[in-house]
Design a protein around this ligand. Structure first.
Ligand code: UD1
Length: 419
C-alpha cells in the first residue's frame, strides 16, 4: 500500500512553477478530434488523469505522440467513438468526448462518467442540450448511446445551471451544426474560454456575449490543425498560495494568470495573508495571524468549489469562527472526519461547515478520498508538527503534477512510501 510520510511543522518558503490546467486539457484534447491533421498542444500537465485520457485516445485509434508537457494529436484517420465501461472509471475528463464524438462521427457510446465522488453529478443538462441539436440519446445497461441520424441543427439552449461539462459538450457538438447554436446561462470558467480560443484559432466561429453567460456558436464546415498552449492550472495555483498560510511561510507561484484567481486572492487577503501580484506571479505570505471569514462556493467568477477543501483546512487555524458553504456539489466535506482527527474543530450542518479555529493541527494518519480533499489533507499534515501519513495518494496523483518535488523544493518533508 502506498502512502505519503510527512514530517510537518516546517515553514515552507520559495517558488513553485504552476503546471498546465487539468480541466482545460480535457476539452482542448477532445476538440482535437474534430480536426483532420496534427494538432500540437503545449503546457499539458503530467498527471495521472491526463495520462489515462491520452491512453484512451490511443485505444480508440487516434494517433497520439506524447512529449514532455506537450502532445501531438492526429485524428485524421477514422477512430471508434466509443468509451467502454472499464475505461471511464475515475476520469471526469472523458465527458467532453461525448460532444467531440458526436461532432465528428454523429454518434457516440460512452459508459457512465467517472470523476471524484463529490456528489451525484447528473448529466441531464448535457443531454437536454444535445437533444435540442438533434441528437437522439438512449441508455443500454448504463452506457450512453448517442446518434444523430438527421445531422445537427443549431438551436437555443437554456441551461438550468451553468454546468461546465454541459457547456463544453454543447460547444463541441455544435461546431459543425447547421446555423446558430445559442447557449444561455452558460458556464464562464476560464477553461471554457480556453476551449473557445482553441476552436476559434482552428477556424470555428464562436462568440461570447456580455458577461460571458451567452455563447453563440455559428456552424462551420471544417477546422484546421493548430498549435496551442493551454492555460495554467488556477486550482493548483490556489492550493500553493493556501499552503503558504498553513505553514506560516512565503510562497511565490510562477506561470499563473492572476485574473483567474481574483475570488481566491480576495479571500486570502481577508484571512490576513499578504498577497502580491506581479504579471504572471503571485506571492502569498503569512503575517503572524489568520483571521476567520465566510466562504461560499459558486460557479466562476465566484469562489471555486475545487478550492473549498483547501480553504476549509486553512480556516481550521484561523483566530475565531468561520463558515464555509458548499453550493456546487453535495458531498464535498469528506475531509472533515480526518481534520477532526487532527484536532480541528468543525461542525457540518447541511451545506455549511462551521469552523472554530484551533492553535495547531496534530499529526495523524489520514486518507485521501478525492483529489482536492486528498491534497488538502496533505496540506494539513505539512502544517502539523510531527510525523503524519496520508494514505491513498493516488487521488492526489490524478491532478497535481510533481507535488512531492514541488513541496520539497519549498522545504517540505514528504516522501512516498510503500508498505
Ligand atoms: C467540472 C470540473 C470540476 C469542477 C466543476 C465545477 C472538469 C473535468 N471537472 O466538473 O473539477 O469542480 O466543473 O467547477 O472540468 N449538474 C447537473 N446536471 C448536469 C450537469 C451538472 O445537475 O447535467 C450539476 C452538478 O451535479 C453540480 C453542478 O451542476 O452540482 C456543477 O457541475 P458541472 O459544472 O457540470 O461540473 P463538471 O463539469 O462535472
Amino acid at each position: 500500500m502506498e502512502y505519503l510520510e510527512v514530517n510537518g511543522g516546517k515553514i515552507l518558503k520559495g517558488e513553485v512553477l504552476i503546471s498546465g490546467s487539468k480541466n482545460a486539457a480535457f476539452p482542448v484534447l477532445s476538440a482535437c478530434l474534430l480536426i483532420e491533421g496534427k494538432c500540437h498542444i503545449k503546457n499539458i500537465p503530467n498527471i495521472l488523469d491526463v495520462k489515462k485520457f491520452l491512453f484512451q485516445l490511443k485505444k480508440i485509434g487516434v494517433n497520439v505522440l506524447e512529449g514532455e508537457h506537450e502532445v501531438e494529436i492526429d485524428a485524421s484517420s477514422s477512430f471508434k467513438p466509443e468509451i467502454p465501461p472499464e475505461e471511464t472509471e475515475n476520469i471526469r475528463g472523458t465527458q467532453t468526448l461525448l460532444g467531440a464524438f458526436i461532432a465528428r462521427h454523429m454518434k457516440a457510446s460512452i459508459a457512465g462518467l467517472g470523476g471524484c465522488n463529490i456528489g451525484k453529478r447528473p448529466i441531464d443538462q448535457h443531454i437536454k442540450g444535445l437533444e435540442s441539436l438533434g441528437v437522439e440519446i438512449s441508455w443500454d445497461k448504463g452506457i450512453l448511446k448517442a446518434h444523430s441520424p438527421k445531422g445537427l441543427k443549431g438551436n437555443k439552449i437554456f441551461l438550468d445551471m451553468p454546468s461546465v461539462g454541459a457547456t463544453e459538450n454543447i460547444i463541441l457538438a455544435s461546431v459543425f451544426a447547421e446555423g446558430e447554436t445559442i447557449i444561455e446561462n452558460a458556464a464562464r470558467e476560464p477553461e471554457i474560454k480556453d476551449l473557445i480560443n482553441f476552436l476559434n484559432l482552428a477556424g470555428a466561429n464562436i462568440e461570447v456575449n456580455g458577461t460571458g453567460s451567452t455563447i453563440v456558436v455559428h456552424g462551420v464546415k471544417k477546422l484546421k490543425p493548430v498549435k496551442y498552449s493551454i492555460i495554467p492550472d488556477r486550482i493548483e495555483a490556489a492550493t500553493y498560495l493556501i499552503l503558504a498560510g498553513l505553514t506560516k511561510g512565503k510562497i511565490k507561484i510562477k506561470n499563473t494568470l492572476p485574473y483567474h484567481l481574483e475570488a481566491v486572492i480576495m479571500k486570502l487577503k481577508e484571512i490576513g495573508l499578504d498577497v502580491s501580484v506581479n504579471e504572471n506571479e503571485i506571492t502569498a505570505s503569512y503575517k503572524g495571524k489568520l483571521l476567520p471569514t465566510s466562504v461560499k462556493t459558486l460557479p466562476y467568477p465566484g469562489f471555486p468549489t475545487d478550492v473549498q477543501s483547501q480553504i476549509l483546512t486553512l480556516l481550521t487555524l484561523a483566530n475565531g469562527s468561520s463558515v464555509v458553504t458548499e453550493t456546487v456539489f453535495e458531498n464535498r466535506f469528506r475531509i472533515v472526519d480526518d481534520l477532526l482527527k487532527m484536532g480541528a474543530n468543525i461542525r457540518v450542518e447541511g451545506i455549511s461547515a462551521f469552523i472554530t479555529g484551533v492553535k495547531e493541527l496534530k499529526p495523524s494518519v489520514v486518507t485521501a478520498k478525492d483529489l482536492r480533499g486528498g491534497m488538502s489533507l496533505l496540506l494539513a499534515t505539512l502544517s502539523a508538527k510531527g510525523t503524519s501519513k496520508v494514505l491513498e495518494p493516488v487521488h492526489i496523483d490524478r491532478g497535481y503534477e510533481s507535488y512531492i518535488e514541488k513541496i520539497k523544493g519549498l522545504g517540505g518533508d514528504v516522501e512516498r512510501k510503500n508498505s
